[in-house]
Design a protein around this ligand. Structure first.
Ligand code: 4AD
Ligand code: MG
Length: 460
């Protein structure tokens, strides 16, 4: 059978010819002597209309087929220039391949996103999620393509690790279930040794390992799942999310910003060109003006502002924020959105944050107060990317680790990178789900990852 994806590209070649298709029934309606089936095979956004008439051998049976059933169809393709779809199939043979019980929840009416989350095993079959996950797949491919074209090595950091890359203590511990074989102290499990004699956790970021690779391959990136034990219930945080973390050697903060801007634009472009139907669907049904917004992202230069200047702007609007800011406070989503939506009206990099609110590995600036950090803020989302130039000076790094209580003994290997040919380098992390939210206009992180892991949410 021919995939719809190919069929919609080449249907003119099949005019008046018999073809075979297969798929799932989206809707079926009939009258006395004929009926219509809207069929979708999952390879394309659009349905194919199948017309069946009383001369079909199993006409009476087909009339009783229910939504959600899988069927195969042989039929003649005919052009329908006046109709919404350019062609339809006049069935000569329809075969049931997999029946669907009439209790199938995805009947024609529109369902809320909240309800669809409760049926994560079926929601990929809806138009919305079909489009979301196709765009997610294309965006992942575009990211690999972008880095591959630039000669970056794709590095694979471990999922299970002993380190806390962000120094924020937001880790999930990894425990061997075979607790009998785990070390005990006074008959009780020693949770500092429950990974076969060691303590281990799920990675919060592959950055530190990416630095190892960057200091061997110059330009590298990671792309994989990361985990944060943050018990926060927002539309932008998940306990499991995918992150892309490039790391570049012989590079500083402005090289890092350039790379991030090039990458975001490349992915937006790729998706606009290769997912036209999906993007038009989002533009019509999810976020009005999405396509204009994304065209603007591709064609404009991203803004850049120092944290200190951003705070000055934000302080003028303190009365309208839930949390007021002053120099030294970490900026929250509401401030991030104000800067990108109201002040810049496009993506903007905020750079040079106070050292107190950023991670230990960020490079100290001359002023001894700020570090060479960068966050990319985008309208509608807030923080899309977080990154920095790294502290490559051994003495400075050791000083920061001591100040911030990061255990130097455990990170001897990280320090050695500075001892043996350490060179200036930089990198960033892009939250893949936030990028998909930005690309599709979907408002909740739970609706851009197939099986969201958020507090109280691990059923599937
Ligand atoms: O700002 P973060 O914490 O930075 C790092 O992890 C660095 N090690 C990255 C680097 O320099 N290599 O996270 C980076 C990005 C954020 O900007 C955000 O887009 C996303 O990861 N992110 C989350 N996305 C979903 N749910 C969460 N709980 C997230 N936490 C961070
Ligand atoms: Mg961050």
């Amino acid at each position: 059978a021919i995939d719809f994806r190919d069929l919609f590209k080449s249907y003119e070649n099949y005019n008046e010819k018999e073809i075979e298709i297969e798929g799932w029934i989206r809707t079926i309606r009939d009258s006395k002597n004929f009926g219509f089936i809207e069929l979708n095979d999952g390879t394309y956004m659009k349905n194919v209309q199948v017309v069946f008439e009383s001369h079909l051998e199993n006409f009476e049976e087909v009339k009783k087929y229910s939504t959600g059933s899988a069927i195969s169809v042989k039929g003649i393709l005919v052009m329908t220039p006046e109709a919404k779809q350019p062609f339809e199939i006049k069935a000569t043979e329809i075969t049931m391949e997999g029946e669907s019980d009439p209790s199938y929840p995805l009947q024609k009416k529109r369902h809320s996103l909240e309800y669809l989350r409760t049926i994560a095993h079926l929601r990929p079959r809806t138009n919305t999620f079909s489009a979301v996950f196709r765009v997610r797949s294309l965006a992942a491919f575009a990211i690999h393509k972008f880095f591959n074209e630039r000669g970056f090595v794709y590095a694979h950091p471990p999922i299970i690790t002993a380190s806390d890359a962000e120094g924020a203590g937001e880790m999930f511990r990894v425990t061997a279930l075979d607790l009998d074989n785990v070390e005990k102290v006074d008959g009780k499990t020693d949770y500092t040794k429950d990974f076969f004699g060691k303590s281990a956790n799920l990675t919060v970021s592959g950055q530190l390992e990416a630095e190892i690779f960057a200091l061997a391959f110059k330009n590298v990136y990671t792309f994989g799942p990361t985990f944060r034990a943050e018990n926060s219930n927002t539309t932008r945080h998940a306990a499991e999310f995918w992150m892309i973390e490039p790391e570049i050697a012989f590079a500083d903060l402005s090289d890092n910003m350039q790379l991030a801007e090039d990458m975001v634009k490349y992915v937006v472009n790729y998706v606009l060109e290769n997912a036209k139907e999906e993007m038009e669907f989002f533009n019509s049904f999810v976020e009005k003006g999405l396509l204009d917004k994304l065209d603007n992202v591709v064609s404009s230069e991203f803004g850049r502002i120092d944290y200190t200047d951003a705070i000055e702007i934000l302080m003028k609007n303190n009365d309208n924020f839930d949390y007021s800011v002053q120099w030294g406070t970490d900026i929250q989503t509401e401030h991030e959105r104000y800067l990108s939506e109201v002040i810049f009206k496009k993506p903007v990099f905020v750079i040079n944050y106070p050292k107190e609110i950023k991670a230990f590995y960020m490079r100290m600036n001359e002023d001894d107060k700020t570090v060479a950090a960068m966050d990319l803020l985008v309208p509608g989302i807030g923080e899309l990317i977080g990154g920095s130039q790294r502290e490559e000076r051994l003495d400075m790094l050791e000083k920061r680790m001591e100040e911030m209580g990061v255990p130097k003994e455990d990170m001897w290997w990280y320090l050695e990178l500075r001892k043996y040919g350490g060179v200036k380098h930089a990198g960033y992390g892009l939250g893949f789900e936030r990028l998909i939210m930005y690309l599709t206009g979907m408002g909740n992180i739970r609706d851009v990852i197939p099986f969201p892991r958020t507090p109280k949410n691990a059923e599937f």
